[in-house]
Design a protein around this ligand. Structure first.
Ligand code: PEP
Ligand code: MG
Length: 582
């Protein structure tokens, strides 16, 4: 008989919630190319076709981005890749082999394209050997697209997906087949895959190192997204305990629903604007159901997942209008595309340090057409005067000034075209790069509002990758440098006449909320699913006490002291269910 502790795998609780379900092992992409026999040739050919089209579409997207930035010459690599995908001889050879040999398309694709790369690798010319990597890229892209299709059709609902790592788009795919949770070897709390999971309300535990080796298909798992634990083939006692915990949570949910119409006010009457972060457009209903005071952040990059290409102005206009109308009379803050880092595209550009690379405003300013189509769409959706525009990854005042020029141009164009828009639409910036924090006063004078993005701010301030579980222990939201920087931003921003809010994941941490409010924040934005619990917490706090708590925390010299103080704060206060959960 094994003891309870032996079967507990510890990781990082990336999205709260508890599930008890069977494991589905999702073997990633290229790990194995199985030489399976197939029974339905037509189906296989159809799959091949879909995968080729999808690969071309992806490459076109990358090509259009690369042209502006890398110039025609280097971008031509991607054009050449598209041409290879269009090569009728190659495609016909692959199709003929699938028909004759009745083998899985990924095997044939792999085998056929490898013939080229093997030959190229034998060449004496460096140029040829280097080009073989490009061909390898295409092979991997098609195989990946073929496998994803297969995976999607194989997965049954109500399972917990266990895998090495996931991307934000994998997470969206999981939600479409109604998975009950996911468990990964890699990843951190503020990786975008984790953020998407939270907004979809799928419990997730990440950064378990070897979970995909230890867990077998069909194993029974309890996943505890609060504690960051996975229990493998639980004992009767563990099952019983968790069933009780699930019942308690259901009771808490019922209690939280009752708060929907009540304000997020402290016991001494200070009202906090509790807004929601939106990942997917369909989520607006969830935002409304949870009683949010509007939307503090729309991560528009997610539109890429939905359209699988750059959405054009019309598509964006429709999407933003839908959000603005459904959230009216509350406000919505639409952030321009924050592409790059760990989010969609252009992964294939293979930047050595994507988080320090071509991301957010940098990519937008280099692609004025893309930037303008989005600004125009947001302006056109602003006719009810409840839309605000926000710029991501601002590091320099020049980026703000250049963006403002482009916004003015868009307004001029729309005026000439006779289209309606809100002439006074508010403009804001994300404060998520240390340079912006240092220069907060100057930056805030340029705009109407600033929103602190702690997910990135912490990673850049402490030089710790937000998505790497190996260093997750030193990704510390309560580091004195973080706490004092937040204070500097909040006071500096307000003194410059801008409103200041915070939309990073820190705002959804029950232990951080008292500190953030004490530091002077009156607006925070969190995943829609976290709103009821955070509201309940705020309604039990006294503003006066929070002020002195923050004063105290600003004096501490180590993260340990701040952490201990904030945990103690709850111990001394009404404890409610928070302590039971975490
Ligand atoms: C942040 O950095 O805190 C933020 C809200 O933006 P994102 O998580 O999308 O990078
Ligand atoms: Mg960010």
């Amino acid at each position: 008989m094994k003891s309870d502790a032996e079967n507990i795998l510890k990781g990082i609780g990336a999205a709260p919630g508890i599930s008890i379900s069977q494991a589905f092992l999702y073997k990633k992409e290229l790990e194995e190319i199985v030489n399976d026999e197939i029974s339905d040739v037509e189906d296989a050919l159809q799959n091949l076709n879909v995968a080729l089209e999808k690969s071309k579409k992806e490459l076109r997207k990358i090509f259009s981005l690369a042209v502006d930035k890398l110039g025609d010459k280097r971008a031509a690599i991607f054009e050449a890749q598209i041409m290879i995908l269009d090569d009728p001889i190659l495609v016909k050879t692959i199709e003929d082999r699938i028909r004759n040999e009745k083998r899985a398309p990924e095997f044939i694709v792999h085998d056929e394209i490898s013939k080229y790369t093997d030959l190229m690798n034998l060449s004496h010319e460096t140029y040829m050997r280097e080009r073989s990597h490009d061909i390898e890229d295409i092979k991997n892209r098609i195989v990946r697209n073929l496998k994803k299709k297969k995976w999607k059709s194989r997965i049954t609902s109500d399972v917990v997906v266990v895998t090495t790592s996931v991307t934000p788009s994998d997470t969206v795919l999981f939600s479409r087949v109604n998975v009950k949770g996911y468990v990964t070897d890699f990843g951190g709390l503020t990786s975008h895959a984790a953020i998407v999971a939270r907004s979809l309300n799928i419990p997730a535990v990440v950064g378990l190192h070897d979970a995909s080796n230890r867990i077998k298909d069909g194993d029974l798992l309890i996943i505890d997204g609060y504690k960051g634990e996975v229990i493998l083939n639980p004992t009767e006692k563990q099952l019983g305990d968790y069933q009780k915990k699930i019942a308690r949570l259901q009771k808490l949910d019922i209690e939280l629903v009752k708060l929907k119409e009540l304000p997020a006010s402290t016991t001494d009457g200070v009202e906090i604007q509790l807004m929601a972060n939106l990942e997917l457009i369909d989520e607006v209903e969830v935002v409304n159901q949870n009683g949010a005071k509007g939307i503090g952040l729309v991560r528009t990059e997610q539109l890429f997942e939905e359209y699988e290409a750059f959405p054009d102005e019309e598509e964006q206009y429709k999407a933003y209008t839908k959000i603005a109308e459904r959230i009216y009379p509350n406000n919505v803050v639409i952030r321009t595309f924050d592409i790059g880092g760990d989010k969609v595209l252009p992964v294939d550009l293979k930047e050595p340090n994507p988080f320090l690379g071509w991301r957010g405003i940098r990519l937008l300013l280099d692609n004025p057409q893309l930037f303008k189509s989005q600004i125009r769409a947001v302006l056109r959706a602003s006719t009810h005067k409840n839309v605000k525009l926000m710029l991501p990854m601002i590091a320099s005042i020049i980026e703000i000034k250049k963006s403002k020029e482009i916004i003015s141009q868009c307004k001029e164009e729309l005026k000439k075209e006779g289209r309606a828009f809100d002439k006074h639409m508010s403009l804001g910036i994300m404060i998520e790069i240390p340079s912006a924090a240092v220069l907060i006063k100057d930056f805030a004078e340029e705009v109407d509002f600033v929103s602190i993005g702690t997910n990135d701010l912490i990673q850049y301030l402490l030089a710790v990758d937000r998505g790497n579980e190996i260093v997750s222990g030193i990704y510390q939201e309560f580091h004195p440098a973080v706490v004092r920087t937040l204070h500097h931003i909040i006071t500096g921003g307000k003194n410059a006449g801008a409103s200041v809010s915070l939309c990073g994941e820190m705002a959804a941490d029950p232990f951080a909320v008292p500190l953030l409010i004490g530091l002077g924040l009156d607006t925070i934005s969190v995943s829609a699913s976290a709103i009821p619990l955070i509201k309940k917490i705020i309604r039990n706090l006294s503003y006066k006490e929070l002020k002195s708590l923050a004063e105290e925390c600003l004096q501490f010299k180590s993260e340990k002291e701040i952490n201990t103080r904030l945990h103690q704060f709850y111990n001394n206060k009404e404890k409610d269910q928070i302590k039971n959960l975490y």
